[in-house]
Design a protein around this ligand. Structure first.
Ligand code: ADP
Ligand code: MG
Length: 610
């Protein structure tokens, strides 16, 4: 075949292949256009899974009559004009491809009215190149796009469509993701003339959490903390699921960058790393997070469907996210504030070496866990005061029975009871039973102690560094050229973790020293994996992971075995240790270490006062 230029319609259909996969992808483009037009109300009306008909009406700025036909032409957009605009896109769309692509694979009608028009105008396409001039059509200020018979002229695509119900589920989930991106917009979704969803405007936190609960379920809202943190020109806010609310699938993960929903490798990695220590292997965290930054620092022109973004400073973004979330998780501990009381906590840099790229601002984390676990709001200072009290009590009255210690602390009005209260007894050699202000606390003593020992091992390790050990017979490792280069570039990182690597030849490394702790590990495999992480994503946490795994085993063996009898003083010091320890709410495997049963819950159980 000779080389020739393709006809316009075929060009559009090829573009449609990338953008329009199914009805929900049409809907995504139309909703983004409505949001870009400044709409505050969007009505979505769908028939037969969107294949038969899909109609979106908005109250945005509208399109002037003489631009209507242009809107359906390829590479026509009102959102960018030159390269400068492309480098700081603030709209969701900018490629000028969506409407012509959709029009090339469906029957499309575009009706619009601006506030300077006295009536609306309408243009129609039927999959071909030809578009008749606009004709008058009644319409309020805003735009309606109606797409009928999707893929009527592309049988190959039509075959890939699923059952009406499946296609509708895709659309519903798309609408819910958009709903979480813009709490200030009303969204109304109808399917086959039935009202399916109504998202109202949500300005206050409570209303936002209602919308959140409609999308993610009320359990997520209860089992999450609300966070807000700014630094390094970035702002992060949203809801983080508690580690105990982990999921078997990565299905409750929403991330928005400047209002655009994205699935980005760097972001996903940073979040996963932050949760790494508190999640059981194979479990996934749940979160709804919003990252805001200067649009010039994000390149949104990375993929036609605009799901992917590129950060100018991906390392900075990764570290900001990682350190912020990690800090919040580390600070989740017994005695945290439930959602009734706003609670502000000063961030202390726990690991200055790792987090000096990010200024230690303030993370406001408010636990949303209403009833299930957390006792009364207690500020960090008052915990410290109470610790002082406990220590004095313990010194002078180490042999007192619990009741007496308790009575002493009760008698002194100025001092409150510590968050986890005072131990009363041990149940079956497994649980510690304690009484605090809200009622009763049960602690799984092995799980709790395991976490305490693990955190202590890590702290000591961070303070003292790694003990490196020379290998009697150094390992030779065959790698490729870029792996060898990356190994050389990261020499210092390897050294700080106890490794000494030399490049013997262009494609050969020699491992001379390794961290003593890892003497049983498969070192060549570990080094290989680290190098491929470094090549692929610029960083690697594998060595740290391997070291932490050793700590985890040590903690498990080093912690109180079940069935050991503890004295009351020992039980109380375990409770105080838990209050001091980061991530004390879960054991190393993500199981809860303690539960609270409030007096109201107990009353309910016994049907008291009903
Ligand atoms: P893009 O969104 O990338 O600019 P589209 O093909 O999606 O490209 O839309 C083309 C143009 O049509 C937009 O730039 C915008 O000017 C106009 N447009 C599309 N939908 C709407 C709408 N709902 N309200 C106002 N203008 C719209
Ligand atoms: Mg668009």
């Amino acid at each position: 075949m000779p080389i020739r230029l393709l006809p316009q319609q075929l060009i559009n259909q090829i573009a449609a292949g990338e953008i329009v996969e199914r009805p929900s992808s049409v809907l995504k483009e139309l909703l983004e256009n409505s949001l870009d037009a400044g709409a505050t109300r969007i009505d979505i009306d769908v028939e037969q899974g969107g294949v038969r008909r899909l109609k979106v009406t908005d109250n945005g700025c509208g399109i002037p009559k003489d631009e209507l036909s242009l809107a359906l032409s390829r590479h026509a957009t009102s959102k960018i004009a030159d390269y400068g605009d492309l480098t700081h896109v603030t709209s969701l769309g900018f490629r000028g491809e969506a409407l012509p692509s959709i029009a090339s694979v469906s029957r499309l009608r575009l009706t619009s009215c601006t506030d300077s028009d006295s009536n609306g105008w309408c243009v129609e396409g039927d999959g071909g190149d030809h578009i008749e001039p606009p004709r008058p059509a009644p319409h309020a200020v805003g735009t309606t796009v109606e797409v009928r018979d999707l893929f009527f002229n592309v049988p190959a695509r039509r075959k890939f469509l699923r059952k009406e119900r499946t296609e509708f589920i895709h659309m519903d989930s798309l609408v819910s993701r958009i709903a979480l991106s813009r709490f200030d917009v009303v969204l109304d979704l109808r399917h086959n003339q039935r009202c399916i969803r109504k998202y109202r405007v949500a300005r206050k936190r409570q209303a936002m959490e209602q919308r959140l609960s409609d999308v993610c379920g009320s359990r997520f809202v209860q089992q999450s903390v609300y966070i807000e943190h700014s630094g390094s020109g970035l702002r992060l806010w949203g809801w983080m699921g508690l580690p105990t609310f982990s999921r078997s699938q990565a299905d409750l993960q929403f991330f928005y960058v400047n209002g655009r929903m994205v699935r980005d490798k760097i972001l996903i990695h940073a979040v996963r790393q932050a949760y790494r220590d508190v999640l059981f292997h194979g479990r996934h965290p749940a979160y709804v997070l919003y990252l805001e930054m200067d649009p010039a620092l994000v390149d949104v022109n990375a993929h036609p469907s605009k799901h992917e973004v590129r950060f100018r400073e991906s390392r900075l973004v990764h570290d900001f996210l990682f350190h912020t979330l990690k800090k919040v998780i580390a600070d989740l501990r017994p005695g945290d504030a439930p959602n009734q009381a706003e609670h502000h906590r000063r961030l202390i840099n726990e690991n200055p070496a790792a987090s000096n790229r990010q200024d230690a601002g303030t993370v406001n984390a408010t636990a949303n866990q209403a009833d299930s676990q957390l006792p009364l709001p207690v500020s960090t200072t008052s915990v410290a005061q109470q610790m002082g009290l406990y220590r004095r009590l313990a010194e002078t009255a180490a042999e007192y029975v619990g009741e007496e210690i308790h009575a002493l602390s009760k008698g002194d009005e100025a001092n409150e009871i510590p968050p986890l209260g005072y131990a009363l007894a041990q149940l079956h050699g497994i649980y510690v039973l304690a009484e605090n202000k809200r009622g009763m606390v049960l602690v799984d003593m092995h799980a709790a102690h395991e976490r305490i020992v693990y955190e202590r091992l890590k702290r000591d390790f961070e303070a003292q560094g790694v003990r490196s050990q020379p290998l009697l017979v150094p390992f030779g490792l065959t790698v490729n050229r870029s792996e060898a280069e990356v190994a050389e570039q990261h020499r210092e990182m390897f050294e700080s973790l106890g490794f000494e690597l030399d490049r013997l030849a262009p494609e050969k490394l020699l491992i001379r020293r390794i961290p003593g702790m890892l003497s049983d590990a498969d070192i060549p495999q570990l080094v290989h994996d680290v190098l491929s992480d470094l090549l692929g994503q610029g960083s690697s946490s594998r060595i740290n992971d391997a070291i932490n795994a050793v700590f985890s085993t040590m903690a498990c063996h080093g912690s109180i075995r079940a069935h050991r009898k503890l004295t009351l003083a020992e039980m109380n010091s375990l409770l105080r240790d838990m209050e001091h320890t980061e991530r004390a709410g879960q054991c190393n495997h993500g199981r809860p270490t303690w539960v609270q049963l409030g007096i109201e819950q107990l009353d309910k159980m016994f049907k008291r006062g009903q």
